[in-house]
Design a protein. Structure first.
Lengths: 401, 82
């Protein structure tokens, strides 16, 4: 009698259990990523490499898997859209990076049989690096958000003297990162990098502004003392003693730099509007580059054929200066929060994964490079073209200096 | 500065008590660079460029549909929509 009731109940429950299992199975799938070594690394030992899949939907959840000997990594993840990234430093010190912008796992497609190829490439190490970027701002004396004291510090990470003359600084378009970059969506391996609105250039004719090995130089948005005088924000930074300022008389709301601070040249403004220059407080992709055009910097930037409108933009007459990827000496990609990490703005050759400040902006924090080693007393900073790994968050280093 | 802030708050002063705002866009002058990125993206035309300065049109905030397009193109957190 009891057995009969059990069987009856089992018959009732079994279809429900089977349906639940089926639903469970339908939410995830298996996907394989096959790494492909660069041509000059045929003997690469793949089993040291980790592949990271990051969800492009919602919370940017990450999954990591180790490769087998032939470079194959296997994931079992929920359906959705992911990016895949690899970052590896070889025993020789050389860096390998690779990234797939979109891995679409669609329940309507058969993903199990796919092994998605991911080509690895060498990361370029730079002599001139962006050491610190303080874009987040702080709170002013009234407790309101304040961004006037932003700054960027460059550093000579090499053993040779470098010259800043003629080098350019700019933010990569788009200036925001709430949505995926339309440039990256159009071409993940873009050879030309779009400059957002303004291009700044160091003055000098070649050897007027040396940067000695192991030394740094700072460029402020507003090179004034933000802690006293007409500003008087105790939580802000005194930037009256920095070397350089992003300043031009066309920016009506910009502070005139303190005495002794040299202004960069505003080489080009493609946006006719703007009354002050600020780094995006939501997190910039910031780059330093050398305008190597044989016709000269001015001729290059004024040539309309070197500009392009943003793909899919409503306004097609707003065109951005396009800079060859090879001209970029260093680039850091910073986004507002973990959720925006998939919205990177530069190809993997320049940066693989963006960094973000966990506490957010307006808290007085910077992103600064981690120290890698010291050579004869000279600090060498970590530069693996991976902002997420190379940068760490600290209170802005120029505060209280 | 405060005057600019007031100008940029496009609240319908005249009939404020009669209008229930579903969404309230606020443009904070101290953070606005006047880059103009918000002007073309707003589907209901809340923002306007006047003599190189971004302003919110008086009364237009009542039209805000909360799409957040303005917020998504503002690089300096100058716009909030609550």
């Amino acid at each position: 009698m009891k057995t009969g009731r059990f069987l009856y109940l089992l018959l009732l429950v079994l279809p429900m259990l089977l349906t639940a299992c089926q639903d469970e199975e339908n939410t995830s799938c298996t996907v394989s990523i096959q790494l492909i070594a660069p041509a000059d690394c045929p003997a690469l030992t793949f089993d040291d490499l980790l592949v990271t899949l990051t969800s492009k939907n919602g919370q940017a959840t990450s999954y990591t898997a180790r490769c087998n000997a032939i470079g194959l990594s296997v994931f079992n993840v929920e359906y959705g859209e992911y990016s895949a990234a690899v970052h590896y430093q070889m025993p020789s010190g050389a860096i390998l990076n690779g990234r797939i912008e979109s891995v679409l796992l669609d329940p309507r497609k058969e993903n199990e049989s796919q092994a998605i190829p991911l080509l690895l490439s060498h990361a370029k190490t730079n002599a001139l690096i962006i050491k610190e970027i303080y874009y987040g701002g702080c709170l002013d004396k009234e407790g309101e958000w304040y961004m006037g004291d932003q700054y960027v510090t460059l550093y000579n990470n090499s053993a040779e003297t470098l010259y800043l003359d003629g080098l350019c600084l700019a933010v990569v378009n788009p200036g925001t990162n709430f949505n995926p970059s339309p440039w990256i969506e159009e071409n993940p391996n873009m050879k030309l990098i779009p400059v957002h609105d303004f291009t700044w250039q160091f003055p000098g004719k070649g050897n007027e502004h040396p940067l000695l090995p192991g030394t740094s130089t700072t460029i402020a948005a507003n090179a004034v003392d933000h802690t006293s005088g007409e500003y008087g924000h105790p939580g802000a930074i005194n930037l009256s003693k920095v070397d350089w300022a992003f300043w031009n008389e066309t920016f009506k709301k910009q502070a005139i730099p303190s005495l002794g601070v040299t202004s960069l040249n505003l080489l080009l403004r493609t946006n006719p509007y703007g009354n002050k220059y600020n780094l995006p407080t939501v997190g910039p992709a910031f780059m330093v580059f050398s305008l190597q055009a044989p016709e000269g910097a001015e001729a290059y930037v004024t040539n309309e054929s070197n500009r392009k409108p943003q793909p899919g933009a409503n306004i097609q007459n707003l065109k951005y200066l396009m800079v060859p990827r090879e001209w970029i000496l260093d680039c850091v990609d910073c986004v507002e929060s973990k959720e925006q990490v998939p919205n990177y703005r530069v190809p993997v050759e320049l940066n693989s994964v963006p960094a973000y400040m966990p506490m957010g902006s307006f808290k007085g924090y910077s992103l600064i490079r981690k120290q890698a080693t010291t050579v004869n007393g000279r600090i060498v900073y970590q530069d693996t073209n991976n902002s997420a790994e190379d940068l760490t968050t600290i209170p802005a280093s120029l505060k209280n200096q | 500065m405060k005057r600019n802030n007031v100008e940029k708050q496009a609240l319908a002063n005249e009939k404020e008590e009669e209008i229930i705002l579903k969404f309230t866009p606020v443009l904070k002058d101290s953070l606005c660079t006047d880059c103009g990125a918000c002007v073309p993206v707003c589907p209901v035309g809340i923002f306007k460029m006047v003599n190189g300065v971004v302003l919110m049109i008086k009364g237009a905030a009542t039209k805000c549909n909360g799409c957040n397009k303005c917020r998504s193109v503002c690089a300096t957190n100058a716009i909030t929509v609550s």
